[in-house]
Write a protein of this length. Sequence first.
Lengths: 80, 176
Amino acid sequence: MRPDLPWLTIVWNDPINLMSYVTYVFQAVFGFGKGKAEKLMMDVHEKGRAVVASGAREEMERHVEVLHSYGLWATVKRDD
Amino acid sequence: MSSGFKRTRRGVALRLEAVEAAVVENLVAQLKQMLGELPKGDPGLAELGISESTEAPRDAALARLFPDGYREDGEAAGEFRRYTEATLRDGKERDAAVVLASLGSADIVLDAEQAQSWLRSLNDLRLALGTRLEISDDGYERFEDLDWDDPEYAMFVTYDWLTQMQDSLVACLWPE
């Protein structure tokens, strides 16, 4: 593992969370504009997952914790 | 039947018929019972937000409400759970309490913070019901063929109603 590689916050597709809701949560949690939030939501929906943030591991874990509080299916992963 | 959430000058508003309020109250009570089934762990550690559980709950709906924070790394997932599960549960319990407290009135008006609690709690209810119903990307056709007196049909109607309610709340909260 290379120590310079960042960590990622990944959101996975699930059949229950509404597309409008997921877009809203991306805007509320990350402050994304509607266009970016919608694009990421569509990536999750169509490709099964999307990277929504990258950076330090602790920061990604905090993101995942917040996303879990909204019921999104999110995980932390080392970039590879 | 309730027409869902509306934006008003006083805040986000919802009018529920008594029977609808009773349905929400009953569902939230079930949710609270589910949350109570999570292992509590050591009380001293619990005060620090640390729980003893390092494994995902066995119950599918509970596992969906408390998902793993890591895939393909059981040890990291366990550590993450140990440090976040209790906080996550406390948050869900607080949200559920906000919903229950506001059900006392026929005309519900929420401030910004209460609206977030409703949003998260409605989603918790949808995740729990949707997991029990095994909702999939295949659509809802399976449920349309059910008899009206099938308990699963009633559960699906409730799920669908919560979906509309949540969608109307999202529309109210959408940033300008």
